[in-house]
Design a protein around this ligand. Structure first.
Ligand code: PMP
Length: 432
């Protein structure tokens, strides 16, 4: 009874009507009713600084994106089997941001659909089925993607690694066997794929990897890691998929795409999350040759993918990225925030490593700088205390000890100062 919007009533309804394995963030869940820029507002009107949402890339409810979607929604929303300008304009503007001959787009609605299609393209083009993946990777929620997502199949409710999946160790210069600063760390980690490629001669269809592993713990791949890995995969006749669902669209600051920080050109790129600022839109982009091998008589059709409204959202996001120079902002503010975090690291040994590029940062917490014992409970506690102070963060990484930072790119220096102020206070008050 009582107020139907009261938290306890919402919780009860949720338990009754939604799948029980859908989690809620925070011990005391938030009832968020509005978003603007990099802030979320709860039902009581309290503002929260959002450092979690990498989907509302150009800011929650950005007026230019909202207006573009509203306008198109009021005019036409059909499937893509008619001629329409939006999808063509969008494909052209999107591919103009990509190097090489990555010029053919397939539009989908989710990152999972994009990666699922990327796997199909890869397997179809090579006539092979085995895939190389990075440890702790997450690529999506379909069965085919869970099979290439150690983060899922190795976790609770998971299953044994399928025979066609081959897991590469995370090239983690902090925690892994080869440390930052050692010579040729990128090449040496990449060479760990050698034995698998040899053993599975003529069976490896390709590699799927994020350009900066997110669920892997906000890892910055060592210099030239993907360069070496891609050439090994290609020498073995495989294709390379870059999953840019989390890190694409200027978030890394120095480049539009994460793979560009590794000086590689993938065969297939998958995009999602930020692409429509929250409107369901995702894409697979590949070369004309690979696209041609997929044209085997079976149509690829996606009812909602690339519809005029979705493409209006996508076009508007690209407008805002350019007009507000958000890639540059990600670089400037990300660098500033990272410096502040590094300064905290000097005072608080709990902070083992600060890493990341642009506004895709990770703060790895350790109980002991020698053993690197993961400070998972501490990470969870910090996230709760930051939330109590009105700053939203999340935890990621296979050991659940990495504070994950990936705010909308409109996050400015003032917001970085707020976050740093509260983080320092929390580190101090908890004497962690
Ligand atoms: N790839 C990566 C790297 C992701 O982070 C996600 C979503 N967390 C996906 C794919 C799947 O995207 P979606 O949830 O839109 O299906």
């Amino acid at each position: 009874g009582g107020d139907p919007t009261h938290k306890s009533n919402l919780l009860a309804k949720r338990r009754h009507s939604l799948g029980p394995n859908l989690s809620l963030s925070y011990r005391e869940p938030l009832h968020i009713v509005r978003g603007e820029g990099c802030y979320l507002y709860d039902a009581a009107g309290r503002a929260y600084l959002d450092m979690v949402n990498n989907v509302c890339h150009v800011g929650h409810c950005h007026p230019h994106v909202v207006a573009a979607v509203q306008k198109q929604l009021a005019r036409l929303n059909t499937n893509t089997r008619y001629l329409h300008r939006n999808i063509l304009d969008y494909a052209q503007r999107l591919t103009a941001t990509l190097p090489g001959n990555l010029s053919v787009c397939f539009f989908t609605c989710t990152g999972s659909e994009a990666n699922d299609l990327a796997l199909r393209l890869t397997r179809n083009a090579t006539g092979r089925s085995d895939m190389l993946v990075l440890d702790a990777a997450y690529h999506g929620h379909t069965r085919a993607l869970i099979e290439v997502s150690p983060y899922k199949y190795e976790g609770r409710g998971g299953f044994a690694q399928v025979e066609t999946t081959h897991k590469l160790p995370m090239p983690d210069g902090f925690r892994g066997p080869i440390k930052h600063g050692e010579p040729e760390i990128g090449r040496r980690y990449a060479e760990q794929a050698g034995p698998i490629l040899e053993q599975k001669h003529n069976q490896v269809a390709g590699l799927i990897a994020e350009s900066l592993p997110g669920c892997g713990g906000q890892i910055v791949l060592p210099d030239s890691y993907l360069h070496h890995l891609y050439s090994m995969v290609r020498d073995a006749g495989g294709l390379c998929i870059a999953d840019e669902v989390q890190v694409g669209f200027g978030r890394v600051g120095t480049a539009m795409w994460g793979f560009q920080t590794q000086n590689v050109v993938p065969d297939i790129v998958t995009l999602g999350k930020p692409i429509g600022n929250g409107f369901p839109l995702a894409a697979v982009i590949t070369t004309p040759d690979i696209a041609a091998t997929f044209d085997n008589g079976m149509e690829y059709f996606n009812t909602f993918g690339g519809n005029p409204v979705a493409c209006a959202a996508g076009l508007a996001v690209l407008d805002v990225l350019e007009n507000e120079q958000l890639q540059n902002q990600a670089h400037q503010v990300g660098t500033y925030l990272k410096q502040g975090l590094v300064a905290l690291q000097k005072q608080y040994p709990l902070i083992g490593e600060v890493r990341g590029l642009g506004l895709f940062l990770g703060v790895e917490l350790v109980r002991d700088p020698e053993s690197l014992a993961p400070a998972d409970r501490e990470a969870a506690e910090i996230v709760e205390r930051m939330k109590a102070r009105g700053v939203l963060l999340s935890v990621d990484g296979p050991l659940h000890n990495v504070l994950k930072i990936k705010p909308p790119l409109v996050f400015g220096q003032a917001e970085a100062d707020i976050a740093l102020f509260h983080l320092e206070a929390v580190l101090k008050e908890t004497k962690l």
